[in-house]
Design a protein around this ligand. Structure first.
Ligand code: MOS
Length: 760
């Protein structure tokens, strides 16, 4: 490709105007004639036997059209996330009921579904269903849950999955170390707190297909729905809407199975929207981790040994916990070259709310640990904290401690020095305030696990007037996924964005593109659209070269014209399209993009040849100001610096880098669901605090482009990596301000005050 015209520019998104004007329809905005309204009856206890469920009174309530309990579900025992998400490997074949039958394992677990003529009637009916429980012991701490004396959440063992990494001789490594740092780190439950709640509308059409229109990151869950209903997969259609935030929280099944069951039973359209309280109570959270780290280095700063023991709280059901743990395990040593390493990790069932995908997918918890360790090593050695990292950063061509060779550019030295330098001159110290600065570097994979045979499809076709249609099953989370694909097609085909329509996220009508998760859509579907666009370009130029009597290589496509690059000849694109039609030539292209594949993994492995397609690297630097009297922590500066491979839409890249950092501030300082014996303590957004504009400084972005990523034009991914190091950078800045190493998140004013008092 010669020079690029649109790629890298701050393009306006085609969906921006409608969103700004409030016209865009989200999951909750759709209505159907004769539609019923649904509610979910949920468990009152975190752990109990269900002795009986009595629905008689609720059924007699006028306006109630259907009540469904476990006995009415054709296949109630589905493996969690069978398809579209995870595969079942060995012990990780975890079973989860659609509706609880004789046992509940977390507070808020679904027990019954109700559809009625109005929401009020549905709510009333929910209260008329009588459930007799016998309370069972609760285990809510994953460390406790591993003890043999602990109550079992599921049969067998509370340990759901294990992974490990081993290389070199760990004991020898520590013997050779001049300095050793040991700490245990704790992280909390985090809620995705997207503005748009889970919900959708479903109906049955004239072809006996159940259509489910909802907000989801994964339309491929139509397969899960089909399995539960006992119908062919072709009889379920999932249509995704624009999404008001996902962050991993709309990656698992949410309301689709419930809606489909109610439609199957009533044959009427049904709507189900969660309330905020219900969403917080009953959708997945980020995994709390307990991380025991021991890191050893030589006097010159060279790392020689790292030992980490990770325990994550899976909550009551498996969901994606084994995979989040695998990500955490592979990322546990950070972007560093370490000769001797041992990582052991476990994810453990408890009676807490289940945990699953959340932006960074296990990467941010371990980053908090490994970057706190690096900072402390620098202090112990009296070394510059940039210097010690520079010495140890992994280099392109080298293997990670986990075994995978890094094939793309590692721009860590550059991102770190630039982020650090971009912090403005130290503020003059103010009375009663402590000011500190810190930074953290990271690596984070983009693209799904290579053993999952990931692929994406796209179709691109030109109309008789020269306008273009793109079809691909990509869910747009608000990250601008659709818009970037338009930009790629526009670049290749010389058709302006206004003349391109893109149809996204329909499991029956758009070619499947896989999940909008794992920072994979620009990489995967970007490549699929790029390939389809290039094929179509080739077809157009072939026909045009006959018309113009010059070779294809001398032609270019721009502004809906075919031009001869060196010369003055040009013809309108529509003329070529007409000729193609007259000759019966195809005017569209369908492409499939495959990610690299690798062998299946198992929990006995100690080294991995390849786990992920590739990694994104970057650094964030922060300045904090701490009030000595109140303990209030203000982030006064935040710089985010990444090698994104290649910028496609500059606005979108900056948006991700700012948004990720803001989410990271919430994770570092504010957000915590807190579970007390399986009962969540923050029940709504008044109790669960997320950052507001008052908590956030201007986020400075520094964007590097190595052009060595696996995505279109060398792009890497930035959606999730943008959040990974924020909490670690802030914790390191707090250490700089106070001399206190905080090892548990969030770092609240209470913790600051207590620690300052203790230190005096
Ligand atoms: Mo994600 S946390 O892979 O949506």
């Amino acid at each position: 490709m010669s020079e690029l015209k649109l790629i890298g520019k701050p393009a306006q998104r085609y969906d921006a105007r409608d969103k700004a004007l409030g016209i865009t329809k989200y999951g909750a905005d759709f209505v159907m004639p004769g539609m019923l309204h649904a509610k979910v009856l949920r468990s009152k206890y975190p752990s109990a036997k269900i002795l009986s469920i009595n629905t008689h009174e609720a059924e007699r309530l006028p306006g109630v059209k259907a009540i469904i309990t476990a006995k009415d579900v054709p296949y109630n025992e589905r493996a969690s996330n069978v398809v579209g998400q995870t595969t079942e490997i060995g012990a990780i074949q975890a079973i989860q009921p659609v509706l609880a039958k004789d046992r509940v394992r977390f507070l808020g677990e679904p027990i019954a579904l109700i559809a009625a003529e109005s929401l009020e009637i549905a709510e009333k009916a929910t209260n008329l269903i009588k459930v007799d429980y016998e309370k069972l012991p609760v285990v809510s701490d994953p460390i406790e849950a591993m003890k043999p004396s602990s109550p079992l959440v599921h049969e067998g063992s509370n340990i759901l999955a294990k992974w490990k990494i081993a290389k070199g001789d760990i004991e020898k490594g520590f013997k050779e170390s001049d300095v050793i740092v040991e700490n245990t780190y704790y992280t909390q439950f985090q809620d995705h707190a997207y503005m748009e709640l889970e919900g959708g509308v479903a109906w049955i059409d004239n072809d006996e297909v159940i259509n489910i229109r909802l907000t989801t990151q994964v339309i491929e869950h139509y397969r899960d729905v089909a399995k539960v209903l006992g119908v062919p997969e072709s009889k379920i259609r999932v249509i995704g809407t624009f999404i008001g935030g996902g962050f991993g929280g709309k990656e698992d099944v949410t309301v689709e199975t419930f809606l489909a069951l109610l439609v199957q039973k009533t044959k009427k359209p049904v709507k189900l929207i969660y309330t905020r309280e219900e969403s917080i109570l009953a959708h997945d959270k980020r995994h709390p981790f307990v991380m025991k780290y021991k890191t050893g280095a030589k006097k010159n700063g060279k790392l020689v040994a790292l030992k980490a023991e990770l325990v994550s709280d899976a909550g009551a059901y498996a969901y994606l916990s084994p995979w989040v743990l695998l990500y955490a395990t592979v990322h546990a040593s950070g972007p560093y070259d370490i000769p001797n390493i041992k990582v052991d990790s476990k994810t453990v069932y408890t009676n807490n709310i289940f945990t699953s995908a959340f932006r960074c997918f296990g990467g941010t918890q371990v980053c908090f640990a490994y970057e706190s360790q690096m900072d402390e090593l620098a202090h112990k050695l009296g070394m510059d904290s940039l210097k010690i990292r520079e010495i140890n950063y992994i280099k392109r061509g080298e293997k990670l401690p986990a075994g995978q060779r890094i094939e793309s550019t590692v721009a860590l030295t550059e991102t770190a020095s630039r982020a650090w330098k971009a912090l403005e001159k130290p503020n003059k110290s103010k009375k009663g305030k402590r000011i500190g600065r810190g930074f953290a570097s990271m690596m984070q994979s983009y693209g799904r696990l290579t053993m999952l045979h990931d692929s994406s499809h796209a179709w691109v076709g030109i109309e008789m007037d020269g306008s273009l249609i793109i079809r691909t099953g990509v869910p747009d989370l608000g990250g601008g996924q659709g818009s970037s694909l338009v930009q790629i097609a526009s670049e290749i085909l010389g058709i302006p964005g206004e003349d391109i329509s893109i149809h996204l996220t329909d499991s029956s009508l758009t070619p499947l593109a896989g999940t909008t998760t794992a920072t994979r859509q620009l990489y995967m579907s970007g490549n699929a659209v790029l390939q389809a666009s290039r094929n179509l370009r080739n077809m157009i130029l072939s026909r045009a070269s006959q018309m113009l009597n010059v070779s294809k290589e001398e032609l270019d496509l721009t502004d809906k014209k075919v031009i001869v690059k060196k010369g003055k000849k040009e013809i309108p694109l529509v003329d070529v399209v007409k000729e193609m039609a007259a000759d019966g030539l195809p005017r569209n292209s369908f492409a499939m993009f495959n990610a690299p594949f690798s062998k299946p993994l198992n929990s006995e492995m100690e080294q991995y040849e390849r786990v992920f397609p590739d990694f994104t690297f970057g650094t964030q630097a922060a300045e904090v100001e701490i009030d000595e009297e109140t303990g209030k922590i203000k982030v006064t500066q935040l710089v985010s610096s990444y090698d994104v491979g290649r910028v496609v839409n500059r606005n979108s890249v900056e948006g991700q880098m700012e948004g990720g950092a803001v989410m990271g501030i919430g994770y570092a300082l504010l957000e915590d669901i807190k579970s007390e014996k399986g009962i969540i303590q923050a029940k709504n957004l008044a109790q669960y605090l997320i950052p507001t504009s008052l908590d956030v400084p201007e986020v400075k972005t520094i964007i590097l482009e190595s052009k060595t990523g696996l995505g279109p034009f060398g792009a890497k991914g930035i959606g999730e990596p943008s959040m990974t190091p924020t909490a670690a950078a802030i914790a390191n800045a707090i250490y700089d301000a106070t001399g206190i190493r905080f090892t548990s998140l969030p770092i609240t004013p209470e913790k600051i005050i207590m620690a300052l008092k203790k230190k005096e």
